[in-house]
Structures are given as C-alpha cells and as structure tokens.
Design a binder for this molecule. Structure first.
Ligand SMILES: NC(=O)c1ccc[n+]([C@@H]2O[C@H](COP(=O)([O-])OP(=O)(O)OC[C@H]3O[C@@H](n4cnc5c(N)ncnc54)[C@H](O)[C@@H]3O)[C@@H](O)[C@H]2O)c1
Ligand SMILES: O=C(O)C(=O)C[C@]1(C(=O)O)C=C[C@@H](O)C=C1
Length: 380
C-alpha cells in the first residue's frame, strides 16, 4: 500500500487548472508554438523576448500580445536557452510576473542547480521539457500543434507546490501533450540517449556531405534526409545543450565508437576475396549490428508514447489527380476506422503517391480488406 502523502501527491499531479493568462519569455520556435497553442484555446498570452522583433513577429502570427501583462499571470513559460533559465526565473520572480513558473530547457540538472544557487522560489517552479521541436529556430518556424500527442517531461523540485503542479498540468493539457514525471538526472541520462547523442551523430553524418559533389548530393533520397534532418539545428543552442550533458553523451558516443570500429572491421573483411573465410566473419558481425539496430528501433514508442504494436501502418498508393485524398478519407471513414496519423510521400513528376495511414493494430486488417490493399511491409 502506498503511504497517504504519496497518494495525495500523485492525486494533485493528476488534476489541472484551466489557464486564463500566461507570459511566454523567449518567443522563438518553442515559446511561440506554446503561445500559439494557448492563444488558440482562449488564453490571454503576453510575449517577451530580448529581441523585440521576435516578440512582435510572434504577436503578428497570432501568438499573443507583445506587451507586459497588467498584473501577475497564471503561468510564466520560460522558453529561453538552458543557460539563461536561472537568471530569467530570478528576474521574473523578483518582478512578481506570475503565480507559477515553468521552463522548456532540453537539459534539467544544471538548470536546477543554477536555480537553487540563484535563490529562486522553487515552490512556484516546475521544470519542463517538451519532446517536440524542430531543426529551425525563431517564431516563424512555430506551429500551434507542435506538442499534440507528444511526451512532455515534468521535473519538479522537492518543494514544487500542488498549485504549481495543477497550473503546469493545465499547460500540457491545452498543448495536447502527455506528461512524464522524472528526476533531473534521470531525465538528462534519458535525453542523452534519445535526443542529444542522436543529434550529434546526425551532425557527424551530415558533415560527410559538406564536400560531396553536386552529382552525389543530387542522388539523395529520403534515407539521408531522415538521418540528417536534425543536423540543421542551431549550433549555438546545441553547443549549450551538449555542454550541459557532456559526460553522459560522451559515454554513449564511446559505446557507439566501439560498434563503429566493429562495423569498419566487418566491412574490410567483406572486401576479401570470395574464398577467404574472413568474409563469413565480416558478414556475421555486420548482420549482428544490423539486427541490433532493428531491435533498438523496435523499442521506440509509437504515438502518445504507446508501446510498439499499438498502431500499424496501412500503405495506400493513390493517383496524382484531384480528389484522390478526399476519396481515400471517405473510404477510411466508411470503414469506421480512425486515422491516428498520416504521412504522404509524393515525388513531383510521379504519377502516384504513397499514403501511410497510422491506425490501431486491431483496425489495420479491417481497413486493408476494406480498401483492398496488401498486408503491411517489413519495418512497419
Ligand atoms: N529546438 C528544439 O527542438 C527544442 C525542443 C524542446 C525544447 N527546446 C528548448 O527550448 C528553448 C528555446 O529553444 P528554441 O528552439 O525555441 O530556440 P529559439 O532560438 O527559436 O528561441 C529562443 C528565443 O529566446 C530568446 N532569448 C534568448 N535569451 C533570452 C533571454 N535571456 N531573455 C529573453 N529572451 C531570450 C531569443 O531571442 C529567441 O527568440 C531552449 O531552452 C531549448 O533547449 C528546444
Ligand atoms: O523533432 C526535432 O526536430 C527534434 O529534434 C526535437 C527534439 C528531439 O526529439 O531530439 C530536440 C531537442 C529537444 O530538447 C526536444 C526534442
């Protein structure tokens, strides 16, 4: 049985307050996306940024008002770079800007240490980190639906008040995000694996392309774009993020370096003549690495943090002519199936496009039968 105090704490975390007013400090990609989402739900949002043009641009996009609030707001969201969180929180609290405060920084332990060192009031602060973003910066890259269905880590201080919990839960609810409560070091270890090292690896791979010939990059398909997309992120922000989690990222990269060395050895072995037995060793090693990759990829949760197997992809070929998508949606509706997500892959000039519909696993075969499309392909 859980002690009553713990039960009460969990209960408080589950409730949430409807926000009426908010301030977003830092009107960049994440701040403006949050502000757009809140404004769309009727919250009065005030925007500020050390670059006035960023706040004005966000306001012009409909994210809120680029002005100081007339009095304390329900929640201040600090969407500034990680190293600026403590000073921004201290300044906001000293001005009595809000009744509760949260941030969105990608690293938590160092920020929390700095918050405590700066003497901030940790009762009105609850750290946060939405696991959604993009490789572009600034308000013009923002989207109101950026956090829909995404996990949002919540990292409380030992003294975070119940009222602050309820207010920040209200923010997540309005943004359509799913909370995941973590401690700061556990959070930073996890994001080293699922965000920070992948970013660095994407950058290292993308750096290989820098001096490629036009003919070589001209041949790029979706694979290289998927592997390198996040490498387009702001180097200044990513230096800050990696610096605040450097030891853990270095440990993971060292393990990766071991696998890279094995892969190089295996590939060299595969260049040996057909009758050289070393080829078989190379093939075995490489198969092992590729299979481990499939197993690791299979561990990634699907939509809304659901485990693998919750959803299945139904792939449909459609023609490049008006009304094709509308017809497909009508047919899916007629089959009584809800589309959880959709991806459309259509190269200009091709007469067909591939539409991938993400649906619950139990509905997938029914939909395939109804649309008369073949069973799913490997990797889905
Ligand atoms: N980019 C992502 O994918 C992503 C995802 C989740 C969380 N985050 C976190 O969100 C935060 C913001 O990142 P972003 O991608 O929106 O960056 P961004 O560069 O798009 O926006 C940051 C904004 O903050 C402003 N700013 C910087 N210092 C400030 C200060 N001291 N006071 C007021 N304004 C200030 C900048 O002028 C800029 O407009 C970072 O802490 C980052 O770690 C980023
Ligand atoms: O979608 C992307 O572009 C991202 O890289 C977002 C992403 C990530 O998933 O690694 C990047 C950094 C953040 O702190 C959180 C989310």
């Amino acid at each position: 049985m859980r002690p009553a105090g713990r039960l009460r704490a969990v209960d408080e975390q589950m409730r949430h307050t409807m926000l009426r007013t908010a301030v977003v400090v830092g009107a960049g990609l994440i701040g403006t996306s949050i502000a757009l989402s809140l404004s769309a739900k009727g919250v009065t949002v005030y925007l500020s940024d050390k670059e006035p043009m960023a706040a004005l641009t966000a306001a012009a996009l409909g994210a809120g008002r680029a002005e100081e609030p007339p009095g304390p707001v329900d929640l201040a969201v600090l969407a500034v770079p990680p190293a600026d969180i403590a000073a921004t929180l201290a300044d906001a609290q000293s001005r009595g800007l809000a009744r509760a405060y949260t941030d969105v920084a990608s690293v938590k332990a160092q920020a929390l240490d700095a918050i405590e060192a700066a003497g901030c009031d940790t009762r009105t602060y609850l750290g946060g980190h939405p696991m959604a973003g993009g490789e572009r910066s600034g308000p013009l890259a923002a989207r109101a639906d950026l956090f829909e269905g995404r996990v949002w880590a919540l990292v409380p201080t030992p003294t975070t008040s119940a009222e602050t919990w309820r207010t920040v839960r209200g923010l997540l609810d309005m943004c359509g995000a799913t909370p995941l409560v973590m401690d700061p070091h556990g959070h930073d270890r996890a994001v080293a694996l699922v965000s920070h090292t992948p970013h660095l690896v994407a950058s290292l791979m993308a750096a290989r392309l820098q001096h490629a010939t036009d003919a070589e990059v001209g041949l790029s398909g979706q694979g290289v774009r998927d592997v390198t997309r996040i490498a387009g992120g702001d180097p200044k922000l990513w230096l800050e993020i990696l610096s605040a989690n450097a030891g853990t990222v270095a440990d993971i990269l060292a393990e990766l370096a071991g696998d890279l060395a094995d892969a190089i050895g295996a590939l060299r072995a595969l260049t040996a003549p057909d009758d050289d037995p070393i080829r078989a060793t190379g093939a075995t090693t490489l198969t092992g690495l590729l299979s481990r990759g499939c197993a690791g990829h299979g561990r990634l949760p699907q939509k809304r943090g659901a485990p693998q197997g919750t959803y299945a992809t139904v792939s449909v070929l459609i023609g490049d002519q008006p009304g094709e998508l509308a017809r497909l949606f009508t047919d899916v509706g007629a089959a009584g199936v809800n589309i959880e997500d959709i991806f459309i892959d259509h190269a200009p000039g091709q007469i067909t496009g591939l539409v991938e519909l993400l649906v619950t696993t139990d509905a997938a075969d029914r939909l395939r039968n109804s649309l008369r499309v073949p069973s799913t392909v490997m990797g889905h």
